[in-house]
Design a protein around this ligand. Structure first.
Ligand code: HEM
Length: 439
């Protein structure tokens, strides 16, 4: 039986629920890993309990979908994979899966190291920078180059548009927010920036379709991709939606993973020292090659432990597509459950000493697949919707963090001020100011 918290959250609480990771965690630690909570007129069911997660995400996945819960971000992201349900989702997943196959890795490693070197080489020793901004730029350059084989020309209009879109998206799934038709300044800016981003991507797609010999990149792969069952490819509109989704799903998440890793390493000198020794022995000072990456085993553990403590996709939702049951309890069509890896990863029941950074937990087991962890670990989700870009993300974090270790370490200049914040992703409030220190 899932307890219903007596108190219904007021609008003020609802904001703090999104703002305060600690509030959610403390509630789960006190009330158990599943609880219902009223937010204004809506009742939400938070589930962080592994058997329920398996039920919703895998065993009964056909009863649980995106539904209308994601409608507030549909004007931006359309009907891309993360926002669609079968039958469209199934067709799209079958069509797109081969473009994200692990075997594509070597091609991406070359893009990743080139883009990482560009930003890392520009760092001046001891100069204070925002780690989050650095990692966002690297991750953005990587996804843009992997997708379009080119860099963004004048970056400013994109940065402005992305900032305006992010301001809306970070609060979009809050059930207590104002509807998009209310012309608040944030809503007006969001709509304007969405039109700009859609038009830019549409233009690139149209130009690409005209090329006789297109470059081998994600965009060409997606243009040429067809559903293996029907042989049909994507329309321009569907392609635009998928490109938008890959861009949004694929860069801020990875940037936050890399930001949190530098923070955790700075707090744990012995883990950092071991990482430097590993990078020195595997790579020395040369660029990483694809075959080097599996040898960076400690770095792999550091990345997995970072994803446990600070899962960038801290929360995602499912809506009942029809009446169903959850853990023996009746759920009505339209009911929303919130999946919170942030809580699941930090409960004593699932992980010993859950708040401690201990990458060695992952030494015996290198998978990030939720099934192998019995649904106690799901940074990339689980079941049919599991992150299609998980190999890409792990590869990227390995390349960038190894190349950073070759240059030294990022030392936070205000470590005491670091607070996790929940927006569209889990990020370090204040951006984690730091300076590059050699060695
Ligand atoms: C550390 C980095 C990343 C994290 C933590 C992450 C996390 C997730 C999670 C939790 C889901 C499942 C959401 C759900 O079930 O509702 C997901 C789905 C998805 N991710 Fe990622 N992701 C990351 C990187 C990427 C990258 C690099 C790409 C693309 C290049 C990407 C593209 C997608 C897409 C398209 C989906 C939707 C899949 C579907 O519904 O079939 N992600 N991601």
């Amino acid at each position: 039986m899932i307890p219903h918290l007596k108190e219904t959250l007021t609008l003020k609480h609802a904001r703090s629920m999104l703002d305060a990771p600690r509030f959610l965690l403390d509630t789960a630690r006190q009330s158990g890993p599943a609880f219902k909570v009223g937010v204004g007129p809506v009742t939400l069911t938070v589930i962080a309990e592994p058997t329920m997660l398996q039920q919703v995400l895998q065993k009964d996945a056909r009863h649980w979908g995106r539904g209308t819960a994601v409608d507030p971000i549909r004007p931006l992201l359309g009907n891309g994979l993360p926002l669609s349900d079968p039958p469209l989702w199934l067709t799209q997943r079958r069509t797109m899966q081969p473009s994200f196959h692990k075997a594509r890795g070597p091609q991406w490693v070359h893009v990743m190291r080139e883009m990482a070197a560009r930003s890392l080489d520009a760092l001046k020793p001891n100069e204070e920078i925002s780690t989050k901004t650095l990692m966002m730029h690297i991750a953005r350059d990587i996804i843009v180059r992997a997708m379009f084989s080119q860099s963004l020309g004048d970056i400013r209009p994109f940065d402005d548009a992305l900032g305006e879109v992010e301001a809306y998206v970070s609060n979009a799934l809050n059930p207590a927010k104002l509807p998009l038709w209310v012309p608040t300044p944030t809503h007006v800016r969001f709509k304007r920036s969405t039109v700009f981003l859609h038009a830019e991507i549409q233009r690139v797609i149209e130009e690409r379709r005209k090329l006789a010999e297109p470059p081998v990149d994600l965009l060409t792969m997606l243009i040429q991709a067809t559903d293996p069952e029907t042989g049909i490819g994507m329309s321009d509109q569907q392609l635009r939606d998928e490109v938008m989704n890959i861009f949004f799903a694929g860069h801020e998440t990875t940037a936050n993973l890399m930001t949190w890793a530098t923070y955790l390493l700075a707090q744990n000198p012995s883990a950092l020292e071991r990482l430097h020794a590993e990078v020195k022995s595997v790579l020395g000072s040369r660029l990483p090659e694809p075959e080097d990456l599996p040898k960076l085993t400690w770095l792999g553990c550091v990345i997995r432990e970072t994803l446990r403590l600070y899962p960038p996709a801290w929360m995602f939702a499912r809506q009942a597509l029809e009446s169903t049951e959850l853990d023996g309890m009746k759920m009505n069509k339209g009911d929303v459950v919130l999946v919170l890896p942030w809580i699941t990863h930090r409960l004593e029941k699932n992980w010993a000493n859950p708040d401690a950074f201990d990458p060695s937990r992952f030494e015996a087991q290198s998978s990030t697949d939720a099934g192998s962890w019995k649904y106690t670990y799901l940074p990339f989700g689980a079941g049919p919707h599991v992150c299609i870009g998980n190999h890409f993300a792990l590869l990227e974090a390995t390349v960038v963090l190894a190349m950073l270790a070759q240059r030294g370490r990022l030392e936070p200049t205000k470590p005491e001020a670091v607070k996790p914040k929940m927006g569209a992703t889990l990020y370090a409030d204040g951006g984690l100011p730091a300076r590059l220190v050699a060695g």
